[in-house]
Design a protein around this ligand. Sequence first.
Ligand code: G4P
Length: 526
Amino acid sequence: MSLPQEIAKRRTFAIISHPDAGKTTITEKVLLFGRALQTAGTVKGKKSGQHAKSDWMEMEKERGISVTTSVMQFPYQEHLVNLLDTPGHEDFSEDTYRTLTAVDSCVMVIDAAKGVEARTRKLMDVTRLRDTPILTFMNKLDRDIRDPMELLDEVETELDILCAPVTWPIGSGKNFKGVYHIHRDETILYQSGQGHTIQDVRIVKGLDNPELDKAVGEAYASELRDELELVMGASNEFDKELFLTGQLTPVFFGTALGNFGVDHMLDGLVDWAPQPQGRETEDGRIEADNDGFSGFVFKIQANMDPRHRDRIAFCRIVSGKYEKGMKMHHARIGKDIRISDALTFLAGDRELLEEAYAGDIIGLHNHGTIRIGDTFTSGQGSRFTGIPNFAPELFKRIRLRDPLKQKQLLKGLIQLSEEGAVQVFRPLANNDLIVGAVGVLQFDVVVARLKAEYNVDALYEHINVNTARWVYSDDERKLDEFRRKAEVNLALDGGDNLTYIAPTAVNLQLAQERYPDIQFTHTREH
Ligand code: G4P
């Protein structure tokens, strides 16, 4: 197959939703359709005692959140689909943000009994930064849901995106009968209790078919006809151009638990969602069908497999093709490296990879030289932009219970900070270690992981830090002077970048006024 054909085959997407809307359950069904799982129920089952492979940490199992971002690749029809899992908890928004830079479309899952929830709103704000195309899945139709028309209204007004229903539900809860597929002019009938398999569906062609009345009952059939008339008048028709620019979302109804409707959404995804798209670099855009290989790292994960203590860098291929044994140019450090052990991720299982194409995610073994945002190319290409770190907002001093493990502690902290969920700061003026995070939960995660993965017993102490800024200057002399004069407030982060640690907002403001030649930044582009 040629490069353009390989690219055209691919779809790379993520699922976004408020916790509990059904992201994990949908992931499971999607993998079932992709024949990546034999029976559904193996991704996560709090009750069955089985856990998703991404739920590898005790703590996240307990809290029922997924801290990791994993990648799953599976075939669907003639296509190859890459699904990137986004961490569900609010505290990990920074991680989620970066994951969303690596996809070309998103599926938004809404609990149809609840409607638009807080986290959905936030995630939509993030996808809007790049006008990512969004498909919508209204989930839990096996429960009593809110009026479907009202749900579409809410999405339109609260999320500022037009809705184009592709399927329309017939009843809900105990009386959920199925959906009418507006584009195919057919009714797909729902059978309960078949959630773990791919169902043999019963289809009734045509809206006016008397079979429909028999299948769902006269009352439901005539209600459907009335409703559809209303819907067609009041809502939007699907428009691919508006979809591709993030202004309109096709809407599907179903139940993930009952494995009903997920395939309609997948059909929409492979038919309409864009194939792998190019990305911006410092010197302009690189398109996916550019022959040369290029990619960027959006995620690093330490100790995915605790037995091997490895750190994997997740690299989204932007253009061209990866081949085992190829030479890549590591743009930030300006070196060529030969890669022969990149990994692919099949439903959470990793496998050594022979080749991969634009849109795919490959795992690179990281021995400390790869950071989030790094660019790899087959030539001397320029660096990709738009993958930031955000300055943390919460700070604690971290201290050992056993002082002999200082080296282990530092190593653990630096490796965990490579993942980008926390930052570690080492003040120039003393031997403190300061952990900075965007959300509180991360502090607990760090201590638990230090114990589990590095055998280090650590605890936190209060520290008087209000905010941190990365500092730069084009003028070396001014930077040196600043470094001397402001030493008490300066620290190095995990990647040895100079940072200003301010005890108060006023202190930061004064420093900015006093040193006008120094740039203080809230985000650090890698
Ligand atoms: P999340 O990843 O978005 O947080 O949601 P998840 O899939 O874990 O689903 C949250 C809860 O909603 C789960 O129940 C799940 O079984 C349920 N659920 C998902 N889809 C549907 C659906 O279509 N219909 C109904 N009725 N329920 C659905 P739980 O009891 O919290 O967890 P579990 O013990 O079943 O795993």
